[in-house]
Design a protein around this ligand. Sequence first.
Ligand code: SAH
Ligand code: SF4
Length: 410
Amino acid sequence: MSEAVDTTVETGVTPGAEHAAFRDVLAKNHAARRKPPQHFVDMDADERIGAMKDLGLPKFRANQLANHYFGHLTTNSEDFTDIPADKRDELAQRFFPTLITPLLVQKADNGTTIKTLWELFDGSRIESVLMRYPTRTTLCISSQVGCGMGCPFCATGKLGLTRNMSTGEILEQVRAAAKAMRDGEVAGGPGRLSNIVFMGMGEPMANYKSVLSAVRQISALPPAGFGISARNITVSTVGVVPGIKKLTNEGIPLRLAVSLHAPTNTLRDELVPMNRRFNVDKVLDAAHDYFLASKRRVSIEYAMMRGINDQAEHARELAKRLNHYGDDWAHVNPIPLNPIEGSRWTASKKEDETQFLDILHAAGITATLRDTRGDDIDGACGQLAAKSLVESATAAATASAVKATVSAKH
Ligand code: SAH
Ligand code: SF4
């Protein structure tokens, strides 16, 4: 019980972080914070072999563990039947510490959308959302606890940045979902996790190293990774230009999504504080360079806000900006705003959404309205974590209040 008190208090909003948008660009790991326990996937090949040696085991055992983790999706020592029985527990403890624990699971769309609130080793909370479609299953994952970019319409932005997540913490979300799909735990029977989007909590470019290592291990074939093609992985950024440039040079055929939300600097300054650092022109230049290098169409994310950025003039200006670079290099993804509590922004009118799309189409730009999967469980934008934090805080963070909040939501 007392544990629940501590963990909830710990996950509080970083004081002042809402305004720390610029300080947190490309943040290094926040040194003062405790690091998550080191996991197998946080180590390179040499480190794995070294750790194996420390336990008095030969290096080929590292390959066996990789096969258990990525191939069989297990960290349970009982499954390690190819490893001497007296070493199994020790290996599991050293290489596969528990990094994420489910706190709350919410389902929508007849069980084909599943949102999980996870608790990390230090009581921090993050979320992931699984969305099963007829031909693909997509997992939306988090890369940071909170976010320091301060977009005022975003629930995660309201939390501020607590810390970066480790590669292990990022990949454990993927393993859990891949396992749930394989084991038939998602409505629709056994299947395969096919797509990953970094669109949960956090700004992936501000945790570049861990995110890239995660991307490599998501896409490598087993036993080096989960074998989800890089082409099916999307990294979404608020527009951290140095991060986009770095990613361009990696030469990985990822899909890049850029959260533009406004076609002019005046408007974007208001909606995306990071625009004062990397403005519309710089962001689109970098996005177009990514397209040229990767030959992969860039997604332009555009959260539609009623009367703010959803009018005909905005669609025309957006079309003009995109067409300036040529044809067929970008795909616009208008997203119906998922309004956060107490926010002055609300979702667009249907007719404005339609008009916006029509104008883009007429200008030769492909655009599809993002479907509103899991709307009733607050979509994929940090809302659940934010809500439970707010509720916990206002309930004076007593253990019983926390327990009541969690169970009331089941
Ligand atoms: N930090 C990254 C990725 C996580 S956010 C980014 O900003 O791109 C993923 C997407 O959700 C972004 O396009 C973001 O702008 C959008 N988003 C955030 N809050 C939202 C809300 N309340 N309604 C709809 N989309 C939102
Ligand atoms: Fe961070 Fe993305 Fe939310 Fe902006 S929209 S605050 S960058 S998570």
